[in-house]
Design a protein around this ligand. Structure first.
Ligand SMILES: NC(=O)C1=CN([C@@H]2O[C@H](COP(=O)(O)OP(=O)(O)OC[C@H]3O[C@@H](n4cnc5c(N)ncnc54)[C@H](O)[C@@H]3O)[C@@H](O)[C@H]2O)[C@@H](O)CC1
Length: 450
């Protein structure tokens, strides 16, 4: 058993169907899985309980409840006061949530919701077994009106995607993992990202060795967005970074705080990595056809995504680009516009929505949000395990787009999927701070850990 995050390696994720197949095969040669699961829960419970009160074990009707009963027995064997039932005991030291796990298949009844509410308000920390009750393992969404918000989740046998995306992270608390001694023998549904290898710089390199980035965006009143992207690309190590501020010419709008940045345009820089759309406004639509036809590698964000959503001819241009050369970074509302759906339906299944969008537009898609999803046609999707609420701040998306462009400029042979995985994970880690974060400071955090 181990605390899972931050992970130092990329890990396989298995949806409910794959987890069931793994479990069924494992049971054939290891029929004591539930004993192992219950023992692991009991061990963690001993470490987590607070105070001298009883451990309250709330068991459901299936094997998740079975794990809870084994844990209760194991705890009693070592002299712990245990209360099993749906009514809260006096001053519990810990709640073990073994109500519903992988088998959740409908909205919890009103009666179960009352039990969940009691768990939530009893004052003790909650340890969820396998999954917080009421949370769907595939999507990270609640099946009904309520899902347990645990302080700890001990997930068993496999890591499920729903623990890491959607509402998952708000419900799991700290995630622990025990594979119960079973090697997962199925095709992973997705990957949980670990950190990418550090970029090495040759001792004889020069700025020409580290590529060019062209940031196109920043309409009047929104130039900060393009500047943040450009500053991020520069901080990432791109050799030269140019900005084309839409609607401005000459030295107008130069970034006085970053004299390293230069003005440039598509005509002068046809081989640059494009980072387009940050704060671009409606002027972006007219610039897009040329950029989509010419630039060999492009990161597309914000108003460029909105322009593409509104114009089928631009979607055709995207689809015509070779796979691996285009990277879209929509937040859920932008993804909804691109798919002609509403935001709730995107969030209901983020892995599926990211993959659907990637297929439709023949692009790599980073569906931003808690547990960003990275999807590319022909690649296994990935979920980002890093990041936190400090990233919910103006400009953090612009910084991501610029950082991705900076990474790509330095790795011209890399495909969009690899760049997205590396950049999104780094961005998430840099944003793991307590309290609020300004996007300008996020660039410095990224640079410090690169
Ligand atoms: N079989 C084994 O040996 C192992 C089982 N494990 C545990 O088993 C769990 C899966 O067990 P199950 O497949 O029995 O599934 P669950 O225990 O999650 O739940 C299944 C039962 O809950 C009912 N149910 C589903 N949704 C409900 C709702 N909203 N309200 C009320 N009842 C609902 C189902 O009708 C079924 O009776 C895993 O999450 C894990 O905790 C793991 O420990 C690995 C080993």
């Amino acid at each position: 058993m181990r605390l899972l995050l931050p992970t130092t390696t990329t890990l396989p994720l298995f949806d409910v169907a794959a987890s069931r197949r793994i479990e069924a095969r494992a049971l054939a040669h290891s029929p004591d899985l539930m004993e192992r699961a219950g023992l692991a829960v009991a061990k963690l419970a001993l470490a987590l309980r607070r105070g001298a009160g009883p451990v309250w074990v709330v068991c459901g009707p299936g094997n998740n409840g079975g794990d809870g009963h084994v844990a209760a027995r194991r705890l009693r064997e070592v002299g712990v006061d245990v209360h099993v039932g749906h009514e809260a005991p006096q001053h519990p030291a810990l709640v073990i949530d073994a109500l519903l796990g992988l088998g959740l298949n409908r909205a919890p009844s009103a009666e179960l919701c009352v039990t969940m509410a009691a768990m939530q308000t009893c004052g003790a920390p909650i340890l969820a077994v396998d999954l917080p009750s009421g949370l769907l393992g595939d999507t990270g969404q609640a099946a009904g009106e309520r899902a347990v918000r645990a302080d700890h989740t001990l997930t068993l046998l496999t890591l499920k995607p729903g623990l890491f995306t959607g509402e998952g992270r708000a419900h799991t608390g700290r995630i622990w993992f025990d594979d119960l001694g079973i090697a997962a023998d199925d095709e992973p549904t997705a990957e949980l990202l670990g950190p990418a290898a550090r970029l090495e710089r040759s001792a004889t390199s020069h700025k020409g060795s580290h590529g060019q980035v062209l940031v196109v965006g920043g309409a009047p009143g929104m130039q900060g967005a393009a500047r943040l992207a450009a500053r991020a690309a520069l901080a990432c190590g791109a050799g030269r970074v140019y900005v084309d501020l839409l609607g401005l010419s000459g030295d107008e709008g130069a970034d006085a705080g970053r004299p390293e940045l230069m003005r440039g345009s598509l005509a002068e820089l046809p081989q640059a990595v494009g980072v387009i759309g940050c704060g671009a406004g409606p002027a972006m639509a007219a610039a897009l056809p040329g950029l989509l036809r010419e630039l060999p590698r492009i990161v597309i964000d914000a108003d460029a995504l909105n322009a593409i959503a509104a114009e089928p001819a631009l979607q055709d241009l995207l689809r015509a680009r070779p796979v691996g050369t285009t990277l879209l970074t929509p937040h859920p509302l932008e993804a909804a516009r691109l798919l002609g759906r509403d935001t709730a339906s995107i969030q209901a299944d983020r892995l599926a929505a990211g993959s659907d969008l990637a297929q439709r537009l023949n692009c790599t898609v980073v569906l931003k949000g808690s547990g960003s999803v990275i999807a590319t046609p022909g690649e296994r999707p990935a979920i980002c395990a890093s990041g936190g609420p400090a990233l919910a701040t103006a400009g953090s998306g612009d910084v991501l787009a610029g950082w991705l462009g900076g990474l790509w400029a330095q790795q011209p042979q890399a495909g969009a999927h690899a760049i997205a995985c590396a950049g999104v994970d780094a961005h998430g880690r840099a944003g793991e701070v307590a309290g609020a974060l300004r996007a300008g400071d996020l660039i410095e955090h990224l640079a410090a850990q690169a």
